[in-house]
Structures are given as C-alpha cells and as structure tokens.
Ligand binder design. Structure first.
Ligand SMILES: Cc1cc2nc3c(=O)[nH]c(=O)nc-3n(C[C@H](O)[C@H](O)[C@H](O)COP(=O)(O)O)c2cc1C
Length: 202
C-alpha cells in the first residue's frame, strides 16, 4: 500500500503487479462509488457542444473495456452533424430527447472482429456483451467528465442506412453525450433491493 495525496486529501493507492502488467492505481473506492451514483440518464441537453477532444477521451475510456478473446468488437460511429443525429433519433425505439448540443455516438458490434488471442469463440453473443461493457465505460467516463449521457435503443435498419454502416456491424445502442440542460433534475436511482439481485451460493 502506497500513500499519496491529492490537495489536502490523503489517498490510499495500491500497486498492482503481475507478470503482464504493473501499474499504479490511485483512487478512493468511495470516489468510484460516488461516480456510479452520479451517473443517471440525462435526456435533455444544453446547446453547448462537447469538444471533439473530450469525446475522443471518453471513447478512449470505452476502448479500455474488457472483451472476449480481446476481440475489441466495438465500433463508435460519432455523428457530428446535428441534422443527421436528429434523423437517427427518429429511429429510436422509445424516449423523448432534447438534443441541444449533445453528440450522438452509435455503438456497433463488428461481427467480423477476430479474437486477438486466436481462440475459438464458443459463444458469439459474447461479442455483444463486450460492446455492452464498452458502452458502460463510455457512460461512466462521460459522468466523470461532468457530462450527461443516455443510452438510446435504435431500430437497426434505418440507422444502418442513414450512417452507411456495413451489415457486418450490429447496432448495439446509441449514446447521447452532452452538457445536461439547466432544468435537468437529479433523479435518485430507482433500483430493486440488492438482496433481490445478489444470490449467494455458500
Ligand atoms: C441498452 C439500453 C438501452 C436504453 N434505451 C433507452 C431509450 O431508448 N430511451 C431512453 O429514454 N432511455 C433508454 N435507456 C436508459 C434507461 O431507461 C435507464 O438506464 C434506466 O431507466 C435506469 O435509469 P438511470 O440510467 O437513470 O439509472 C437505455 C438503457 C440501456 C442500458
């Protein structure tokens, strides 16, 4: 255990080391808990746009997600034209969004991506699970950057057509990332009790 400091705050830092990786990780667990608590779906955005640099940094976090066989099958289609974003959002399955200056990123699964470890993929659906992991990394990163975000379920056909996405890529979901609208109320998480979702096998 190594101790570090951030301002006046003392941090407890752990050094993780294995034969493959050695890195220094420095964050209070309570910081991460607060980050998870702070993430909530935002559906109305301010007119202020998010810079390309910020978006790239958020997507780079998505790209650190785990994936089956390290296939990294996610693809991020960043829709930079607001008129096109509005047309893609017309293909959403449900939800009312006030787009403002938010950027729409369509996350797809490239089914032609091969596991980097060369292993046979026993469950092809794990490619989609990997993309869902990347999606969550993006949502959490956007929150950490002080931005609002929301997943958007999309009808597949029209989105492929509007963005010219290859049929090899399966649409996972859209993600809106932007500055939350000033009237966005913070809604407490509505969750089933933990005891309902955690099953212990002793
Ligand atoms: C895969 C996925 C698809 C979603 N699709 C939509 C959607 O189309 N429209 C919408 O308003 N919210 C959508 N959501 C957001 C959920 O409604 C939201 O996560 C859930 O109600 C829990 O609220 P919270 O995100 O604020 O914790 C989606 C979330 C996920 C993970």
């Amino acid at each position: 255990m190594v101790r570090g400091s951030r301002g006046n705050e003392e941090l407890q830092c752990r050094d993780f080391a294995s034969t493959m990786v050695a890195f220094h990780f420095c964050m209070q667990f309570s910081d991460f808990q607060q980050l998870c608590d702070a993430r909530a779906s935002v559906r109305a955005f301010d007119h202020e746009a998010v810079s390309r640099k910020m978006l790239d940094e958020i997507l780079a976090c998505g790209h650190t997600a785990p994936s089956v066989g390290n296939a990294q099958p996610w693809r991020f289609h960043v829709v930079e034209d607001p008129a096109l974003s509005a047309r893609v959002l017309d293909a959403c399955c449900y939800g009312n969004f006030i787009l403002g200056g938010a950027t729409l990123v369509v996350v797809t699964c490239d089914r032609s991506a091969k596991p980097l470890d060369g292993k046979i993929l026993w469950n092809p659906r794990e490619m989609e699970y990997s993309c869902a992991a990347a999606l969550d990394h993006v949502l959490i990163a956007a929150t950490a950057a002080g931005l609002g975000s929301c997943c958007v379920s999309l009808h597949h056909g029209p989105v492929h057509e509007l963005l010219g996405i290859s049929t090899k890529e399966q649409i996972i979901a859209g993600v809106l990332i932007g500055v939350p609208g000033s009237d966005t109320a913070s809604v407490p998480h509505e969750r089933r009790p933990l005891s309902e979702v955690v099953k212990r096998h002793e």
